[in-house]
Design a protein around this ligand. Structure first.
Ligand code: IPE
Ligand code: IPE
Ligand code: MG
Length: 231
């Protein structure tokens, strides 16, 4: 690890391109989702080994319910399989899991395993892994504002920030999107207002350690001005 390199504290990843990856191989979309799911741990491990503190992965958006039931079911099955194995892996990695989004509509078994992982991994402080499931950035803003109003508080920018799902790990410094689309598809809308963006044509199942290094190198060379001037 290059100690002099500027490393983002919090990175968000829009893991896109599983369907196209499968299509290129003449396979069904579920084949791509399986490959995409298998890619998660090598990137999580490499990000944390590179000095990233918090990682937010976009796994399933509020809008993804619009897909065929068969595909949604496969994505939910893969999420459940991932969370079932999570604690065994996390023990050596000391990662705190946080699932962001409205989990209340997920199946009871998925909600149960998520709740268990979140509770058991609370003791870890080295790294945070946020997995966005049934997540939407606009929905999150509405949730935060409603929370402020319910608490009898004034609606302010600070108040909204403090009530976002990711409040405890700060705003994402860098948001990566794989698979070539130049949009953020309702990901981290409020807290991503000043994030550096990195887009690559590489499809998620092919996004390996070297590709993450390219994104981190790109970030290291950025100048963040926040509307001001560089001194
Ligand atoms: C994975 O990629 C992202 C999820 C919504 C799970 P896609 O399934 O969107 O793949 P493409 O964009 O169709 O290639
Ligand atoms: C964004 O990808 C959502 C996730 C990666 C979970 P989509 O494939 O759903 O986004 P659009 O439809 O191309 O905007
Ligand atoms: Mg897509």
């Amino acid at each position: 690890m290059d100690k002099t390199k500027k490393i983002p504290h919090h990175v968000g990843i829009i893991m896109d391109g599983n369907g196209r990856w499968a299509n290129q191989r003449g396979k069904k979309r579920s084949y791509g989702h399986n490959a995409g799911s298998a890619n998660v741990d090598r990137i999580v491990t490499h990000a944390f080994n590179s000095g990233v503190h918090a990682l937010t992965l976009y796994a399933f958006s509020c809008e993804n319910w619009a897909r065929p039931k068969e595909e949604v079911d496969e994505l939910m099955r893969l999420l459940e399989a991932y969370f079932k194995k999570f604690m065994k892996k996390v023990i050596k990695n000391k990662v705190r899991l946080n699932v962001i989004g409205d989990v209340s509509v997920l199946t009871p078994s998925l909600q149960k395993i998520i709740a268990e992982d979140v509770e058991k991994s609370k003791i870890y402080t080295d790294h945070v892994l946020n997995v966005a499931v049934n997540y939407g950035g606009r929905q999150e803003i509405v949730y935060a504002v409603k929370k402020l109003l319910a608490d009898g508080k004034e609606v302010t920018m600070e108040g909204i920030s403090e009530n976002l799902y990711t409040a405890f790990c700060g705003e994402p410094d860098l948001i990566i999107r794989t698979a070539g689309e130049l949009r953020t598809s309702n990901f981290l809308v409020y807290q991503g207002a000043y994030s550096e963006l990195y887009f690559t044509d590489v499809l998620w199942p092919d996004f390996d350690e070297a590709e993450l290094d390219k994104a981190l190198d790109s970030y290291a060379g950025r100048i963040r001005r926040y509307g001001g001037l560089v001194k």
